[in-house]
Design a protein around this ligand. Structure first.
Ligand code: ZN
Length: 622
């Protein structure tokens, strides 16, 4: 181990041998004066929500250079002040409960130590720009006959440690250490890539060849589109989990991808893996290299709002899949299946009538990433809705400039953002006006909009349901938007989302103003019994005495109810609220309005040559 350099913060992380799933962390700082204030981050870049990592912190102590204990005083949830008059060194020791095996957190096990350091490494506001050294203690990992390997994007080695220019780079560099890592490597456009794998079956030789060929092509297409790569190497850290799972987190020189069940990674889940890998790689430019105003330099102590999640997540979600078809990893109809998954999320979320993308971007900090904690149908997703808006914007730019000597696309706008704002975090970030000004200069505003400001007001500021706008523009690109009724008649006719996986079907939520909403069915209400009345005007209804408590009709089980309910049928339900009150009501379909319609984009088989050419240019095929 090297002696610390002046002003260098030295971090040492290993497993706690006495406490399963705990890391042992030491931080060494050179100090002056009488006291030092330090903190643990309260969010991690890539997940725009408040996170109290301090919940995992155990037994924090402080010592000076002679090993004498120093007095610690906690001042905020994640902030402490330590008194150290006359000391030159401050050594913190603590344990961190590492029990969250996903793509963004930490997991401590003798087989596999996996650490996203932003969760567990303390920082000082006054020394964040100073160099850091990281020692990873691998002695407590399982003493397998195989050598321990460390997958990390920082430069260095296990003896001297790994170095980072500053705290930002340190905590942007997750790692995993294990005797059971596999790896594949290749170069694309002169950049070295490594795919590290843990917990996944070894791909056979044909699969290895396919992975290298496709990931190489995907990275090459991205680099060629953007012009160059911000780094000279990049690491994919793939974590296989035994259960269904999907998660990816971006970093500047690496990404962590967590997927499961791991047995399916090289077959059923492979397309998902390609998709998340492509998405996270594109973040190397979009958010890790150019950032919106207000996020130029990360602060870790609290909320970092931005209205522009539709650029850093929406554009990225759009390009993640688009690069797969452009690089030949997906066929055009396979690509449209990916787009259609976002259209499904769009039509399932009535929040599109409440808040636009700008407000929804701020509100990731309010709702977090869980749909269950906040009001149902409250806002839209910067990922799904941002992706569909990016698709529309790309097509609009392409259509407006189709006959120009040099047609433009969203690629040109992204390249502009990258070239103009790459010097982040030192310079100011882009704003929505940056996008609007570029478009005003290069692209005529599309018909039906006064100007580009009007376009952004309608598409990004106001609530906006994108499906009809896509339906209008897709035929110009040899595609069509097809809308079909939801097969689940309870959703389609009553606007009601149920959880049927229980003896008593439970309401998840009702679309505001739908027949279910008007009948008073709310989240958590459990259906006790139900009956169908086939015709509201019929003189001899199935249930002659409406006063009688209803008896469940065994012939109308919930599955046939969802499949076979007619558009003129009336459903009578008895239910119990979460507080145990019994209620009853009648659900009657609206004469014409249907809910949860499903949209799909398809290739138009009758498309003309002009439209097919436009589609091929957009998808980079043909
Ligand atoms: Zn993302």
């Amino acid at each position: 181990m090297k002696d610390p350099q002046p002003n260098e913060a030295v971090y040492t992380v290993g497993l706690d041998p006495k406490r399963p799933r705990h890391l042992q962390v030491e931080v060494l700082w050179q100090v002056q004066g009488t006291e030092t204030r330090f903190r643990l981050p309260q969010w991690r870049p890539g997940r725009y929500e408040q996170s109290l990592f301090v919940r995992n912190l155990v037994a924090l102590t402080a010592q000076n250079q002679d090993g004498e204990p120093l007095h610690l005083h906690k001042t905020q949830a994640s902030e402490w002040v330590v008194q150290h008059p006359g000391s030159t060194q401050l050594r913190l020791k603590y344990r961190y409960f590492a029990n969250q095996p996903d793509a963004g957190a930490c997991y401590a096990d003798p087989d596999w130590m996996y650490v996203n350091p932003v969760h567990c490494l303390m920082y000082r506001e006054d020394t964040m720009d100073q160099p850091c050294r990281l020692h990873i203690q691998t002695e407590t990992l399982s003493n397998s006959v195989l050598p321990i390997q460390v997958a990390i994007a920082l430069h260095g080695n296990r003896i001297d440690g790994y170095t980072a220019r500053n705290y930002h780079e340190l905590v942007d560099s997750p790692w995993m250490a294990s005797a059971n890592l596999q790896s594949l490597d290749w170069t694309s456009e002169g950049v070295s890539f490594v795919l590290w794998m843990h917990g996944v079956p070894e791909p056979d030789s044909a699969m290895k060849e396919q992975i290298i060929r496709q990931w190489q092509a995907m990275a090459q297409t991205q680099i060629q589109t953007l012009g160059r790569f911000p780094e000279n190497e990049f690491h994919f850290l793939l974590v296989g989990l035994p259960y269904a799972f999907y998660h990816g987190v971006e970093h500047r020189r690496c990404t962590v991808l967590a997927l499961g069940p791991s047995q399916e990674i090289w077959n059923d889940l492979y397309r998902e893996l390609l998709g998340v890998a492509s998405h996270e790689l594109f973040h190397t430019w979009n958010i890790k290299s150019f950032r919106p105003q207000g996020m130029e330099t990360y602060r870790y102590d609290g909320w970092m709002y931005s209205e522009l999640g539709y650029v850093y997540e929406g554009f990225t979600t759009y390009y993640g899949d688009l690069f797969l078809v452009r690089s030949g990893c997906l066929l055009p109809d396979e690509y449209l299946e990916e787009v259609n998954a976002y259209l499904l999320r769009h039509s399932e979320n009535y929040g599109r009538y409440n808040h636009g993308l700008l407000e929804s971007s701020i509100d990731t900090w309010v709702d977090g990433y869980s749909q269950t904690q906040s009001a149902p149908h409250r806002r839209v997703s910067i990922y799904a809705e941002g992706m569909l808006q990016a698709l529309h914007l790309d097509l609009v730019i392409r259509l407006s400039t189709m006959n120009d000597a040099k047609p433009s696309s969203l690629d040109d706008l992204v390249r502009y953002l990258w070239n103009r704002y790459e010097h982040n975090p030192s310079g100011p970030g882009y704003t929505q006006d940056t996008l609007i000004h570029w478009l005003q200069e290069h692209v005529e505003a599309p018909p039906h909009y006064k100007n580009w400001e009007d376009y952004f007001r309608i598409h990004y500021i106001q609530p906006n349901s994108i499906d009809e706008l896509l339906r209008n523009i897709l035929p110009k690109f040899g595609c069509r938007l097809v809308t079909v009724s939801n097969e689940d008649r309870i959703k389609q006719l009553f606007g009601l989302q149920m959880n049927w996986n229980q003896a008593e079907p439970k309401v998840e939520h009702a679309v505001p103003g739908s027949p279910a909403g008007l009948a008073g069915l709310g989240p958590g209400d459990r259906w006790l019994s139900w009956e169908i009345q086939t015709d509201p005007n019929h003189q001899d209804p199935l249930i002659p005495n409406h006063q009688d408590p209803l008896i469940p009709n065994p012939l109308i089980d919930s599955e046939s109810l969802r499949k076979n309910l007619g558009t003129k049928d009336i459903l009578r339900i008895h239910w119990m609220t979460p507080l145990g009150q019994k209620r009853h009501g009648i659900l009657q379909p609206h004469p014409s309005h249907r809910y949860y319609n499903q949209h799909k984009i398809e290739l138009e088989p009758q498309a003309g040559t002009h439209e097919v050419n436009a589609r091929n240019r957009w998808l980079g095929v043909g």
